[in-house]
Design a protein around this ligand. Structure first.
Ligand code: URA
Length: 243
């Protein structure tokens, strides 16, 4: 997306009530810099350790990718889907967005959130000051349910370990759970999104912001302001998180 497109998105969001846009002076730092020691010299000892860690995250993520791509645990989903949608973005991201399941567009492209709801999610991410490829985006289910029906409980049970492993490897500072299904799968609660929206919950020690799904925002644009309030809390949490 060009810079002028991004500005147009920001303008559209402002017109939709998101007037307190956060425009950071630098984009998220995706490469760890060596810390300085007391003498002011760069502490080079951190550098190889960090890059080895990054290499091993990449290796493990590739293994997981292979496993997910060849998964056959949900015969109905495997039979009906076109492409498995593993997730996309930065595997060292500080923030991970988790949706429900791929829809028709995602199923064709093999990428998460590329349809209309995805375009709105991209606007939200950019309004937060990030590029889409600086964050990680994935779903509870990696295969599209037929006719976009909600994920069945056994499908969530089968697929949840993949999401768990993705989060274990990425180790984000914050997860954003988009909508009821993401909230239920991550938090294993029956509580609805309306009562949890705007609150931080916890998944395996990671703060989880519960918010509305962008598809819901397409149906109820008046609720966009609430999601923007939630994203402001996320940005504040990221700013406060230790490196
Ligand atoms: N809705 C989702 O929950 N995920 C997608 O990837 C697309 C639409």
């Amino acid at each position: 997306m060009s810079q002028s497109d991004a500005l147009l998105f920001l303008k559209a969001l402002k017109e939709d009530g998101m007037e307190h846009l956060y425009i950071p002076d630098k984009s998220v730092q995706t490469v760890a810099l060596p810390e300085k020691n007391k003498s002011g010299k760069a502490n080079v000892a951190n550098k190889p350790e960090t890059s080895i860690e990054k290499d091993s995250v990449r290796t493990e993520m590739l293994k997981l990718h292979k496993q997910v791509m060849s998964c056959t645990q949900c015969p109905i989903l495997v039979k009906n889907c076109t492409k498995v949608v593993f997730g996309s973005g930065n595997i060292h991201a500080k923030i991970v967005f988790v949706g429900e399941a791929p829809g028709a567009d995602e199923d064709i492209q093999g990428l998460p959130f590329v349809g209309r709801a995805g375009q709105l999610l991209t606007k939200i991410i950019e309004a937060m000051g990030f590029k889409r490829d600086e964050v990680f985006i994935c779903n509870v289910l990696k295969c599209r349910p037929p006719n976009n029906r909600p994920p069945a409980p056994d499908e969530v049970v089968n697929c949840r370990p993949y999401l768990k492993r993705q989060l274990e490897l990425i180790k984000p500072k914050v997860v954003v759970a988009l909508g009821n299904h993401a909230v239920h799968a991550l938090l294993q609660t029956e509580q609805g999104i309306s009562s949890l929206r705007g609150t931080f919950q916890e998944y395996e020690g990671i703060p989880v912001m519960c918010t509305y799904h962008p598809a819901y925002l397409l149906r109820s644009p008046g609720e966009k302001r609430k999601v923007w309030d939630d994203m402001k809390k996320v940005m504040k949490r990221l700013e406060e998180a230790p490196e």
